[in-house]
Design a protein around this ligand. Structure first.
Ligand code: GUN
Length: 306
């Protein structure tokens, strides 16, 4: 092979972390499991969802969660509430679901309207039905490495690392964003004593100085920022593993729905340096959906003492 001085680039053989394919496999496993249980006379798992208001992205997410339930043979129930609902009335709805023995678990889709205190709402969910893993009790259990419902997005990323056998032990993982849904739980899970895990984790956020200097040292970068194309090729090293959690709707008149989905990563340029990379769409999103089903299955197992 001839290599011409000055023209050689450090192009990696990049591989795609295919969330669509992996989620399909997981959903198929769940579907078979549910079928076996139903044949034995055990009732199917039942997931509930509360959707407040008209946020387009939230409606799509919830619609997809309901479709996933139908695919794997779960029962599902959707409670739609108006944007104008008071916090007290929303909590009263949550208490109804807490008391409903036919329901294994439920979620309250976020974000909520500004007049509602998100913390108060999450605290009102029975931790045993909190299949999002957002309740402080479940978050604490996760941090202590006890069995619990793991927040679906970080859980999906851990599952991806496991099924693609991506080494994480001793690696430097840089997480961008410290949200309660993704960044912070991700940092906890990647540092846990187990596989995947055992990473040396840097959790970066809006007050972090010299972010690029930190990401350049990362073996694994997980971005959950919501700024399209934020992570550029010069911010990462060759061979890096990239997980892009960003999924922002960007106006695009040529797209059928008038927008396209864009991740936090400048994919076309970063992919040349990455060993593994998640696409957007088709990476983390489908995995998040699959893991909510896994959490519901766990709730059903506990509920039925299986
Ligand atoms: N909004 C964005 N992601 C999520 C999620 O995983 N669960 C809920 N309930 N709301 C969300």
């Amino acid at each position: 092979m001839l290599i011409f001085a000055g023209t050689q680039t450090n192009t990696q053989t990049m591989q795609i972390l295919d969330g669509i394919q992996l989620a399909k496999e997981i959903k198929q496993e769940i579907k078979s499991h549910v079928q076996e249980q139903v044949e034995q006379g055990i009732r199917a798992p039942h997931l509930g969802a509360i959707l407040v208001g008209e946020n387009g992205a939230s409606q799509t997410y919830v619609d997809n969660k309901i479709k996933d339930c139908a695919f794997v043979g779960f029962q599902s129930s959707l409670v739609r509430l108006p944007t104008s609902i008071t916090q007290e009335a929303l909590i009263a709805e949550i208490e109804k679901l807490n008391a409903d023995d036919s329901l294994d678990g439920f979620i309250v889709q976020l974000p909520l309207p500004k007049h509602i205190d998100q913390e108060a709402v999450i605290n009102a969910i029975d931790p045993e039905k909190d299949v999002d893993g957002f309740h402080p009790m479940n978050f604490g259990r996760m941090a202590l490495e006890m069995e619990t419902f793991l927040p679906a997005t970080p859980y999906g990323i851990m599952e991806m690392f496991e099924r693609y056998q991506i080494p994480t032990a001793g690696k430097h993982t840089v997480v961008i964003g410290r949200s309660r849904i993704v960044g912070r739980p991700m940092s906890i899970l990647m540092s846990k004593n187990g596989e995947p895990g055992n990473s040396t984790v840097t959790l970066t956020h809006s007050k972090t100085k010299n972010l690029a200097e930190i990401t350049q040292q990362a073996d694994i970068v997980i971005t959950a920022l919501g700024v399209p194309g934020f992570l550029k090729a010069d911010m990462v090293k060759d061979g890096v593993v990239i997980v892009d959690v960003g999924i922002t709707r960007v106006d695009d008149e040529s797209a059928p729905r008038g927008f396209k989905l864009q991740g936090d990563v400048d994919f076309e340029n970063v992919k040349h340096k990455a060993s593994w990379i998640t696409p957007v769409p088709g990476g983390v999103g489908p995995m998040t959906r699959a893991m909510l089903l896994k959490n519901t299955l766990l709730a059903h197992k506990k509920n039925n003492k299986l």
